[in-house]
Design a protein around this ligand. Structure first.
Ligand code: PA5
Length: 376
């Protein structure tokens, strides 16, 4: 790891000279050059969330108190990927219970329904408001609440982008609360928005502290210096890719931040994996495990061992700081690879394919259609 960081030095210095960190902080879309589809596609509002999300803290805490006063203290989250991984990390690290529904696995759904519904609030989180799995979970819970004689609308809290189909459905059904998200923040960069904060805060995590940690980290992540940990991490990842590495091995060496690897894996994979390029992240729990040797053996990997444990930045960065560190680094890797790190063409294609299956007339055999043609 020491070698890796040393090797990254010259590229980190170059990035510092190009003022990448301060431009990123200033939300300057020209960082992604003329190939960027449009300014709107470069969604950069996540760099200032430690300030803009602050008013949410009191709102979420007030809602939590209100729910507790009604005896509602069990939180179930229906959401996927960018809408579930961050709250999972936040609540697991804070050691507070959150039931997460992020697949259609019948066992997972049955377990979530098995808890005490009279004490349950369902948070439905979806940026697009049209993700099939999340939408199904909402409907399943609506029915389950009704069957128990519980007013479902009073038990559903929604986080979604303004104008989404879910927002419309929530208004029509009169759901308890709708938190409008910022469309200029992509799903996997949304840890410090309502997507990360609402379920975590309702479950009892200290979300004010999370924003404090991010604010402290923002101070040094915005500095154009070769010692800026985000530039070092980006240079390590981008430099390894330039040397032919296609795989990143992320080994969490006991940071105490639970599930962080899964969150970082999605961030790196979806942000860089497009246009025939990218880095494939592989998360291993412990560097001395056989998994780690396997991952290390079959490719030209780089190991980012203790970035979550204070090797690249002081451990005082905390979880809020770590979210920001990895987001900064991933955005800069996008620049180094010459791709837009804020879109997700393959995810969109998969969602359309899932919808096309559901929308097909029942009498005809359905064939999902991807951008590259039908699935055989
Ligand atoms: O990062 C992404 O874009 C995806 O992982 C999405 O977050 C995920 O598909 C969920 O999408 P949505 O929030 O629109 O339901």
């Amino acid at each position: 790891r020491k070698q890796l960081i040393e090797d990254a030095g010259p590229l980190a210095e170059q990035l510092a000279n190009e003022q990448v960190a301060s431009k990123l902080t200033a939300q300057d879309p020209t960082l992604w050059g003329p190939d960027a589809e449009s300014e709107a596609a470069i969604r950069l509002s996540w760099t200032t969330l430690h300030e803009t999300s602050r008013p949410l803290v009191a709102e979420i805490e007030a809602l939590r108190a209100e729910l507790h006063a009604e005896g509602i203290d069990r939180v179930v989250l229906a959401g996927m990927g960018g809408s579930s991984l961050a709250p999972e990390v936040i609540t697991r690290t804070a050691n507070v219970p959150l039931v997460v529904l992020d697949t259609t696995d019948p066992g997972q759904v049955a377990d979530a329904l098995d808890g005490d519904l009279s004490r349950t609030v369902l948070v439905v989180s979806s940026k697009s408001g049209s993700t099939v799995e999340t939408d199904s979970h909402r409907r399943i819970f609506e029915k389950a609440f009704a069957e128990e004689g519980i007013d479902a609308a009073s038990r559903i809290v929604v986080v979604t982008d303004p104008g989404s189909p879910l927002e419309a459905a929530s208004k029509e059904a009169g759901y308890r609360r709708v938190f409008a998200a910022d469309p200029h923040v992509g799903g996997r960069y949304s840890a410090l928005t309502a997507f990360g904060l609402v379920p975590s805060g309702l479950a009892g995590a200290d979300i004010g502290r999370l924003l404090d940690e991010a604010a402290a980290a923002a101070e040094y992540l915005s500095v154009d210096s070769k010692d800026n940990p985000a530039l070092v991490l980006a240079a390590a990842l981008g430099g390894a890719h330039a040397r032919g590495a296609e795989k990143v091995v992320i080994a969490d060496t006991g940071s105490g931040i639970k599930g962080f690897g899964d969150w970082a894996e999605q961030l790196i994979a979806e942000s860089t994996g497009k246009n025939g390029t990218g880095l494939l992240p592989v998360v291993v729990e412990r560097p001395d495990s056989p998994d780690f040797s396997d991952a290390y053996a079959d490719s030209t990997p780089i190991a980012i061992g203790e970035a979550t444990n204070g090797a690249l930045m002081g451990s005082e960065g905390g979880l809020g700081g770590q979210f920001l560190l990895w987001e900064y680094a991933t955005a800069v890797v996008g620049r180094l690879l010459g791709i837009n790190p804020f879109d997700q063409p393959d995810v969109e294609a998969a969602k359309k394919a899932a919808r096309s299956l559901l929308d097909a007339p029942k009498s005809e055999p359905a064939t999902p259609t991807f951008v590259d043609g039908p699935v055989e």
